[in-house]
Design a protein around this ligand. Structure first.
Ligand code: F6R
Length: 364
């Protein structure tokens, strides 16, 4: 049942405020001031570092979590693609927590990487959508993301629920390790409780994404740029676009632009820049100007302050609601999803069942 939507993907994008709300209710204390992990005995002082392993979109969730764990909890995090990790025989030092992220819980490479860590890592954690899956059953601690069944092949609500749970874990790590004061943590958690409402406001921008996507649909190639927490989101935006609209899209950390990809820029190349007005905004603006100076077409996804500071000369701009910078990856998943979705619709490709792809990759 598509609930009145044209595709499951659209329905699942629209469900995000409610499923993120479900995840928050599951993992927050009644007063909303603490992270609780029902049924799980986990204290991040038992680890000196984390490794996080997954495939595809779930890998980008891990990449985002690296920024969160390092910034909030001062914990070194190594992130790896499961198909690389499993054959490399990576050494696992003592006091390492290993965390695996998978919507289906059945991805062959992620499962094999997890089995490699059993008996090597101090603890094997999983962040999964399907609680009865192999990855959930075989891990020491399985943390459900509570996204509900995801039917669209391109992951949407599972991604934002993965991010939500990973951010809660990073906040718990910050609490356990004493790197953030109880007041700071309560503040972030309170902003997090307001996030479903903010996402609802962002969903109202759907017509703007539809218009922008009609322009994107004309392109054969696109580039996505982001810095800091927006870098993994740029990767996710490029993956979503190529996956369902078949437009060739690549993502780079904005600072990498002049180390190669700038050679691709001309007037046929849309460059989607994901950049809320955060501490790194000025640097991203200069990257954007480099693109525009070479005739590149910039599609800027930003917030109100960013739009005021930097809309000169941009091709298209979409202004998202303001959000606590630490939560921005969850909100900026929406433009990644909506741009890809409406581009696929404009091109007439099948957003729910893209060619050559399966929902659950149980063979390597
Ligand atoms: C992209 C997408 C895939 C999956 C990947 C991992 O939209 O859905 O990249 O994220 O195949 O799948 P899970 O999370 O089931 O392990």
């Amino acid at each position: 049942d598509k609930g009145g939507h044209k595709h499951f993907m659209a329905k699942e994008i629209a469900e995000q405020p409610s499923v993120i709300g479900d995840a928050l209710r599951h993992y927050l204390s009644d007063d909303g001031r603490d992270v609780v992990l029902p049924g799980a005995d986990l204290d991040f002082t038992q680890f000196d570092r984390m490794i996080m392993v997954a495939c595809g979109t779930a890998y980008y969730a891990c990449l985002t979590a690296k920024y969160w764990f390092e910034q909030l909890a001062g914990m070194p995090v190594e992130v790896d693609i499961a198909s690389e990790f499993r054959y490399r025989e990576p050494p696992i030092p003592a006091r390492t927590g290993a965390l695996f992220v998978s919507q289906s819980g059945e991805t062959a490479d992620t499962l094999a990487a997890m089995r490699y860590c059993e008996g090597r890592a101090d603890k094997v954690l999983s962040v999964v959508n399907v609680p009865e899956s192999s990855i959930a059953r075989e891990s020491d601690i399985a943390l459900p993301i509570l996204a509900g069944t995801e039917i669209g092949v391109a992951s949407t609500k599972a991604f934002t629920c993965q991010l939500t749970v990973l951010l809660l874990l990073a906040l718990k790590a910050a609490h356990d390790r004493g790197t953030r004061s109880p007041e700071e943590l309560a503040d972030t958690l309170s902003n997090l409780r307001g996030l479903p409402a903010t996402i609802n406001h962002a969903l109202e921008l759907d017509p703007a994404f539809k218009t922008a996507a009609r322009q994107l649909a004309e392109a054969d190639n696109a580039l996505f740029l982001g810095r800091g927490l927006m870098y993994p989101l740029a990767l996710e935006g490029a993956l979503k676009l190529k996956e369902i609209s078949y437009i060739h899209a690549e993502a780079y950390a904005s600072g990498e632009l002049k180390h190669g990809p700038i050679a691709l820029i001309d007037k046929t190349m849309p460059v989607v820049v994901m950049a809320p007005c955060d501490a790194l905004f000025d640097k991203t603006v200069s990257n954007m100007q480099e693109v525009m100076a070479r005739g590149g077409k910039v599609m800027l996804i930003t917030d109100r302050a960013g739009a005021e500071a930097a809309n000169d000369g941009v091709w298209t701009q979409i202004t998202l609601p303001d959000v606590d910078p630490i939560l921005s990856p969850i909100l900026y998943a929406l433009p990644a999803q909506l741009l890809a979705y409406h581009t696929a619709v404009a091109k007439g490709t099948d957003a729910d069942q893209p060619r050559n792809l399966a929902k659950s990759v149980t063979v390597e």
